[in-house]
Design a protein around this ligand. Structure first.
Ligand code: BG6
Length: 470
């Protein structure tokens, strides 16, 4: 029987762009996420309505309360608070999140707020290409302060940036339009560095403004297995984790790039511009906890550099996040694992490995802010959604959490993805993650009715028994 500490935090997660809808209501500005979803010629889902959380706040939060959630991890849209990113504060945007936060607190659900989940104000991308310019760092710091000052009396759990380490690889999300891979990587390195500065300034501001607040990053975690037991493949697997995730955690924790990462930046000739005083700023960034998002594991083999492919050159095959890096690692399939219909290699044991790994590296409390299975659910004739596959996935991963806790890991909470169905990155509403079904299709918003799935009732019991009954 799985065992969890008495004060373990059970929750569920979402993000602003993916659920809110009302994309331009009450003064909201356009975000890069809005812009990209509108411009796609192959647009496969109406993104302006999403799950229409904006007009279902009370109803959805009542469902969260019935589920028994103790935390709700959601994000604030920067473009509701400051529509153009660095100009006037929009009082209606402030009021919207007051409404959300107060409603959550009415049911004793702790708001767990992410400041930035892939939705940079588009105006900043137009003005100075967003994170490429140092002004974006200060715009973010100001936005973070507005949030801390206004909501800090009620919100004690904060997350700065969702998955900086994954977002930075996705050109569209960073507004990188440069076709030449070398120039794109140079821009990327500068943007990444600026986000680290922004993270550190936000951590500092949070600690100053909300003394009893807790703040940290949410990384997209990776756990990579070597394709064989050849030493080079073992090295490749470690480096795959290192260049995709660990470099980012190290920077947050130590406030500087490690030798390995500097080697990559130097060999690739993309060391970002840094200014005097930055070292001190970066030291503020040490988080109070580490949150991780976990879906799957990876596999890698060694990939030597050659004349055409210098060390550090990255190539994406198949998807936009799993790159091969010459001189280090090549992404491989793990034949020992089953993949979801969308290619994610399902692996609860990998979660136990990641939790042990991060805890032994940093000795900070850990929290899971995303974990889940994206599937095409069916609303059956009895008006229900029988998602046993999701229950299987989640129960095995919660068991892995219990094992990690037994191993000595300080895991303080579990907040899977997602509370309700939402816009997935590429598959709109065809790929669903929620405990609550939203009755809409990609291009037909139907009645947006909320229908708890079988997994909702199952999770309700998990929370009620504090994880004993999986
Ligand atoms: C995480 C993101 O990387 O993965 C979420 O933080 C996202 O925003 C989730 O929805 C699942 O990925 P996808 O591509 O299925 O939406």
């Amino acid at each position: 029987m799985a065992e969890f500490p008495k004060d373990f935090l059970w929750g569920a997660s979402s993000s602003a762009f993916q659920i809110e809808g009302a994309w331009d209501e009450d003064g909201k500005g356009m975000s890069v996420a809005d812009f990209n979803s509108f411009k796609r010629s192959d647009r496969q889902a109406d993104t302006k309505t999403a799950s229409d959380f904006y007009h279902h706040v009370e109803e959805d939060i009542a469902l969260m309360a019935q589920l028994g959630m103790q935390i709700y991890r959601f994000s604030i849209a920067w473009t509701r608070i400051i529509p153009d990113g660095d100009g006037e504060v929009n009082e209606k945007g402030i009021a919207f999140y007051d409404r959300v936060i107060n409603e959550l607190l009415k049911y004793n659900i702790q708001p767990f707020v992410t400041l930035y989940h892939f939705d940079l104000p588009y105006a900043l991308a137009q003005k100075y290409n967003g994170w490429e310019d140092r002004r974006c760092v200060y715009a973010f710091e100001r936005y973070a302060k507005v949030c801390f000052e206004h909501y800090g009396d009620r919100v004690k759990y904060w997350q700065v940036i969702n998955e900086q380490n994954l977002m930075i690889r996705v050109d569209e999300r960073m507004n990188i339009t440069e076709a030449d891979p070398y120039t794109a990587d140079r821009q990327r390195a500068q943007m990444d560095y600026h986000m680290f500065l922004a993270h550190a300034l936000a951590v500092k501001a949070c600690h100053e403004i909300i003394p009893d607040g807790k703040i940290g990053p949410a990384v997209s975690s990776t756990c990579t297995y070597p394709l064989t037991n050849k030493p080079e493949d073992v090295w490749a697997a470690r480096m795959n984790d290192y260049y995709k995730t660990v470099y980012c955690l190290d920077m947050h924790y130590y406030g500087k790039y490690s030798g390995l990462y500097m080697r990559y930046l130097e060999e690739r000739n993309i060391v970002p511009h840094m200014e005097a005083g930055d070292e001190e700023i970066l030291q503020y960034g040490r988080p109070d906890y580490i949150a991780l998002n976990y879906y799957r594991t990876l596999c890698a083999s060694y990939l030597p550099a050659d004349e055409e492919h210098p060390a550090g050159m990255r190539v994406y095959r198949g998807n936009e996040v799993d790159f091969d890096q010459y001189g280090t690692c090549r992404d491989e399939k793990n034949v020992n694992l089953q993949a979801s219909e969308y290619g994610a290699q399902i692996d609860p044991m990998g979660l136990r490995i990641v939790l042990n790994d991060y805890y032994s590296r940093y000795h900070l409390p850990l929290l899971i802010t995303e974990n889940g299975l994206g599937m095409a659910d069916t609303l059956t004739e009895d008006g229900k959604i029988h998602d046993d596959y999701r229950i299987d996935y989640l129960s095995q991963h919660i068991q892995a959490c219990a094992d990690a806790i037994k191993d000595g890991v300080e895991l303080v909470g579990y907040s899977p993805w997602s509370f309700e169905d939402l816009l997935s990155s590429h598959q709109g509403f065809r790929k669903r993650y929620g405990f609550v079904y939203i009755n809409r299709e990609d291009m037909d918003c139907r009645d947006l009715r909320r229908i708890p799935k079988d997994s909702y009732y199952w999770y309700q019991n998990v929370i009620r028994t504090n994880g004993k009954e999986l």
